[in-house]
Each structure stands twice: as C-alpha cells, then as structure tokens.
Design a protein around this ligand. Structure first.
Ligand SMILES: [Mg+2]
Length: 360
C-alpha cells in the first residue's frame, strides 16, 4: 500500500433533515448540521468520514479547518498514524478539543478508510480481526412516556437487543415513568441503559441512582459532569448499577484517568470525539488492562469494525439519526450488528441525499 499519496480533501457541509425529529429537554430537533469529508488519493481511492456538528455555528470552522489541514497534508503518504501525528503536532498549543480535534479525527478516520479500501479489506480485517456479531441497542431520543413506548416498540420490531433512555427530568418520578414505559412494551428482562447526560449533582446522582439500583439497568451513563472524576468515583462506589463514561473523552489520556481511578465500571468512547480510530483502540487497550467492558458511542458503521478489535467488547449503539445519509445503513439481525465485508470503514454516501442536504 505504500506509495499512495493524498491528493485532495473534498469537504461538504450539510443541513441534514432527520427522518424522525428528536425530542429533547430543550424542544424538538428536526435537522442536524453535518460535515462530510472525502479524502481523494492519487490511486483513485476515496476515503470518507463525517461528523454531526451539534450546533450550526460549528459548521464553518470545521469546514475551514478541514480545508486548511487538507492543504497541509496534500502529497503526503496515506499513513493514518503519521498524518494524525503531523496534524496534532501542529495544533498542540491549541489543545485537543473542539473543532480542531474534530477535523483531525475526521482526517484520520478517512485515511484509515482509504487505506482499508486500498488493501481491499474491511478495517477490522486490515487490523487483524474477523468481523464479529455484537449486541446493539437503540437509543431513544424522547422524554415522554408515549413517545418512549412507540420507540420501544420500534426497537422490538427491528430486533434491537436493548434500548437506552434519556433521564434527568426535574421530577425523578417522571424518569421512572420512562423506564416503566419501556418495560410495558419490552417486558421485565429487556436490557435498558439510561443516560443522565451530565445533568445531576453528585449527591443528587447518588440518591436518584440508588432508587433505580434494583431495577437491573444495564448502566447509568454520565450521571454528573463528565470532567468530574472524583464525583464519578464517589457515585460508582455508592451505587450498584454500573457507571458508564467515555463519550466525552477527548483523548486516551482522559480514558486512562477515568479507568485507572475507578470512575467508570463500563466505558464507551466515541471514535470521533476521542480522536479517531487509533485513539479508540488505545482506549480499548486500557479497558482490557482493567477488565472493563468497552462499548462504542454512536458511529455504529465504524464501531462494528472496532469492537472485534477489543478484548472486552460490550455493546454497540444505534440512534438511527444519520441512516438515510448512507447507501447501506446498519440494521440489527437477531439483536446484533456485524461488520460489513466491504472494504473500508463501513460508510458510503447516498449522493442523492447529500445533494438535497447541501448547506445553504
Ligand atoms: Mg450519552
């Protein structure tokens, strides 16, 4: 594969209309700003990656950074680790979070995608693992029992192995009503994970989670501020339900901090936020050292390629948000997702959808 060189990055901002609006504490979300990246090489191979920008104001900076970083790596060899190291070295003084980190991770992922395609292998095979089936849950982006029931029904019909609910209602009994809504549809033994999205204080978290402790929940995600390591250690020591952290790690050092301090019982790094494919695999190594189950946050297409490389694989997450952007969105079979055998990281654009989602 050596000798292939990067020719150009093609960056496209999208205003992506969601098939199903998301229900959040802050109201309904009907569309999502997305930036997609095509890395063109001199071998004619194109590596791809994308990021869902949470806020429209992030789109311009991410696009501009990708274009400028593209100019910095034009003509470089298609070596994802070296490309990432070069871009990180140049941005070290600025830090490892925010739009710069998003752009570096997108470039790293698209380079791995191109390298896998050049090797005619799916990413997991390029890195030495066979595709394997891993259980997948559906994340339910809803805050009312009626909508949660509808989506729990959908999870059953589409053969998901579990669901994840968003909690953190000011009235804790309303949180219980959401869990009851899932149980009423899926039965008492269906795996349910819950996510507080960093919304609670430490004492509040301990009190509220202890009320849930006998419900057999799969895990409690980010009960308090993701940067509050001591707080999470206190919570993890005070409750029986496993505490899950990881989607807000910005590098493997933050993973080491939480894993080695006992702040997290289970972990779920996000391949984009943590810095890319190499960074995610470093987190998997840390999880292995402590015997901690590792799941993947979002990006199920890429994550099905990553979990087979982990020694302690746990769950895949699917929120179905960006599915219509892809030619072959992932679909559970008997509760599992399995990595595709197509060369690359598992993402191919539906160009018709891309064309009608152009950012204006
Ligand atoms: Mg979460």
């Amino acid at each position: 594969m050596s000798g292939i060189r990067i020719r150009k990055l093609h960056v496209r901002p999208l205003n992506f209309k969601l098939d199903r609006p998301l229900e959040t504490a802050g109201g309904q979300i009907g569309s999502w700003p997305v930036v997609i990246l095509d890395m063109h090489t001199d071998a004619g191979i194109v590596g791809v990656s994308f990021v869902g920008c949470f806020m429209p104001m992030l789109v311009k900076p991410v696009v501009s950074l990708l274009q400028d970083m593209g100019a910095m790596i034009e003509g470089d060899e298609l070596s994802p680790v070296s490309i990432e190291a070069k871009l990180r070295a140049k941005s070290r003084l600025i830090g490892t979070q925010g739009p710069i980190a998003m752009a570096v991770a997108m470039i790293e992922i698209s380079a791995w995608d191109a390298l896998s395609k050049a090797s005619n292998l799916p990413l997991c095979r390029l890195l030495g693992a066979k595709p394997r089936a891993h259980p997948v849950y559906l994340t339910i982006p809803a805050m009312t029992p009626s909508r949660v029931r509808e989506l729990a029904q959908r999870a059953l019909e589409l053969q998901y192995a579990g669901v994840k609910c968003k909690l953190g209602h000011p009235d804790p009994s309303k949180d219980l009503a959401l869990i009851d809504a899932v149980r009423s549809v899926c039965g008492p033994n269906f795996p349910i994970m819950v996510d507080y999205n960093q919304s609670l204080s430490v004492p509040d978290a301990i009190q509220r989670i202890q009320r849930l402790d006998d419900m057999g929940l799969g895990w409690i995600e980010e009960p308090t501020d993701a940067m509050n390591v001591e707080g999470h250690v206190k919570i993890a020591n005070a409750v029986k339900t496993p505490v899950s952290l990881g989607e807000n790690w910005h590098n493997p050092m933050e993973a080491a901090r939480d894993i080695l301090s006992g702040a997290a019982d289970v972990v779920m790094p996000d391949v984009l936020t943590v810095g890319g494919i190499s960074a995610w695999l470093k987190c998997a190594a840390l999880a292995e050292i402590r015997g901690i189950p590792i799941s993947a946050h979002s990006y199920p297409e890429i994550s099905t390629q990553l979990l087979p490389l982990a020694a302690t694989p746990h769950w895949l997450e699917h929120a179905e948000i960006f599915d219509s952007l892809f030619l072959n969105p992932v679909r559970p079979v008997n509760g599992n997702l399995i990595a595709t055998e197509d060369p690359g990281c598992g993402v191919a654009w539906d160009e018709k959808v891309v064309a009608r989602s152009a950012w204006t």
